[in-house]
Design a protein around this ligand. Sequence first.
Ligand SMILES: Cc1cc2nc3c(=O)[nH]c(=O)nc-3n(C[C@H](O)[C@H](O)[C@H](O)COP(=O)(O)OP(=O)(O)OC[C@H]3O[C@@H](n4cnc5c(N)ncnc54)[C@H](O)[C@@H]3O)c2cc1C
Length: 386
Amino acid sequence: MKSTFNNYPEIREAVRALCAEFPNEYHRKIDEAKAYPEEFVDALTQAGWMAAMIPEEYGGSGLGLTEASVIMEEINRSGGNAGACHGQMYNMGTLLRHGSKAQKELYLPKIATGEWRLQTMGVTEPTTGTDTTKIKTTAVKKGDKYIINGQKVFISRVQHSDWMILLARTTPLAEVTKKSEGMSIFMVDLREAEKNGMDVHPIPNMVNHETNELFFDNLEIPEENLIGEEGKGFKYILDGLNAERTLIAAECIGDGYWFMDRATQYVKDRIVFDRPIGQNQGVQFPLAENFIEIEAANLMRFRACELFDQGKKCGAEANMAKYLAAKSSWEAANNCLQFHGGFGFANEYDIERKFRETRLYQVAPISTNLILSFVAEHLLDLPRSF
Ligand SMILES: Cc1cc2nc3c(=O)[nH]c(=O)nc-3n(C[C@H](O)[C@H](O)[C@H](O)COP(=O)(O)OP(=O)(O)OC[C@H]3O[C@@H](n4cnc5c(N)ncnc54)[C@H](O)[C@@H]3O)c2cc1C
């Protein structure tokens, strides 16, 4: 398989070398045990990869989203799942762009060394779903504290993170001029919160992804944990979401190449009717189509990264990269499974595991329909539908 994207060879080779110490068998066992890949995430942290985007003055390597995306891509391309640890990359960016000097000095060096993990972001709620501006979780200022009440759902890595960035309403929806105003973001010390008003209910699910329902009952947060200005949290979160979408696009691209590697190798080796199944154009053409679409998604992903790293608007590109990458990896997954015949279903081939993992990205962190709706409204100037 000859991809036209071999940029950042030093990063790729170094991440591949680390990932090679954690072969598919390791990730398969973690998946079967529904466990968290602690050793893998620790190895990535100790090697400095999880601190790639933290500036050097705070102990990181000061790289951009482009390089971070290459790291995430290589993890998925190796057979692993960056979903276990990608939260830190975009959460940390939110803190970096909007946190005060004191907050950056407090959190970033400890995140860089791995003493603290900032893997969790709490946005989604059960009764509002994608309609984020209608969130019902509130943060009410009382003296030098904010009191949090409400509920979140599908909040990932809570049990394997030390801190969460939480989105809550500080001004009721009825009292704001724009519905995107009046929400704020806070740093929440997860272990402290568990003792003081936050209940965590794990949600068993189809992928090995630690995700939870959270209930807040008068959880107190010190006022100094507010990030940036009160009321502007939604805008801050949106910046982070563009980074998240682009990183997840890169992960899907990594998955896509993994499926292509597996599929092309297998169809060359598997002999049925006295010839390799890959000699049939009915097998070749879908794989060729998958490859073209992954390469095209890659172009859009690097465009989104470039704009983000230049501090320019990249909402359209980040959304389109996520759409193309998630779609192409899912279609490559489907063909990889199909051309493995019965063997695709056997756990030891890892295809069914990666198939489940890449399927998630049709829905989270944003569903395909919502991206189409964004493009229709903002790029095609069609009437807003909701
Ligand atoms: C494993 C997992 C991990 C997650 N981790 C996190 C996390 O860490 N933090 C967090 O905050 N959230 C997290 N989420 C939540 C995720 O971001 C949401 O599931 C996703 O944004 C979709 O929201 P929803 O589930 O409420 O779907 P809904 O908003 O209820 O939408 C359901 C479906 O309806 C369709 N739909 C909805 N509105 C429209 C429309 N206007 N036009 C057309 N179609 C529409 C779409 O097909 C959509 O998929 C996670 C989810 C999963 C499954």
